[in-house]
Design a protein around this ligand. Structure first.
Ligand SMILES: C[S@@+](CC[C@H](N)C(=O)[O-])C[C@H]1O[C@@H](n2cnc3c(N)ncnc32)[C@H](O)[C@@H]1O
Length: 150
């Protein structure tokens, strides 16, 4: 039987500023365990799933979703799934930005930078505008969903 490699939430050489106590709590958390099983990069994925199930904002086709502060990538994974962009379906784009470099996700556009810096926002706006032009959405703002976690 094939065994999947476990999802690694953190690189080996850093705790990303978290304390050992935080990591111990994480190791006992059932949502963290579930995220590992289902190959989500963070337990936050379930928060976004629940919100989208209730409010249906990540519709397939034509959604440009911005995930501000996207590391470790759980929300971006859900956005990629629910918009269809991750499966190569739909016409949208999922763009994530964080000051921590994230391991790439298929079909995801990642911008490294601080969202409070105009230079970073410019970098985020340019793929949004490109996607909006591509789908002819000239009369609407360049992004449909802006998600910010934390
Ligand atoms: C709670 S985590 C996000 C978790 C993410 N939604 C997920 O599903 O994995 C918050 C993130 O926001 C990022 N962040 C906080 N302030 C930021 C800023 N000014 N610019 C860019 N990223 C920022 C942090 O680096 C951190 O990775």
């Amino acid at each position: 039987m094939l065994r999947r490699a476990p999802v690694r939430l953190f690189s080996r050489d850093t705790l990303h500023g978290h304390t050992k106590q935080w990591l111990q709590r994480q190791s006992k958390d059932r949502w963290v365990a579930r995220a590992h099983e289902q190959e989500y990069r963070s337990r936050s994925a379930y928060k976004l799933k629940q919100l989208d199930t209730k409010f249906s904002f990540l519709k397939k086709n034509g959604v440009i979703s911005n995930d501000l502060g996207c590391f470790a990538g759980g929300w971006s994974q859900v956005a990629l799934q629910r918009t269809g962009v991750g499966q190569g379906r739909g016409t949208g784009a999922v763009i994530g930005v964080d000051k921590v470099r994230m391991e790439p996700l298929g079909q995801h556009q990642f911008v490294l930078g601080d969202v409070t810096e105009p230079a970073t926002l410019k970098q985020v706006q340019s793929p949004c505008a490109r996607e909006a032009r591509r789908r002819g959405a000239v009369r609407h703002g360049p992004q449909d969903v802006r998600a910010q976690d934390g």
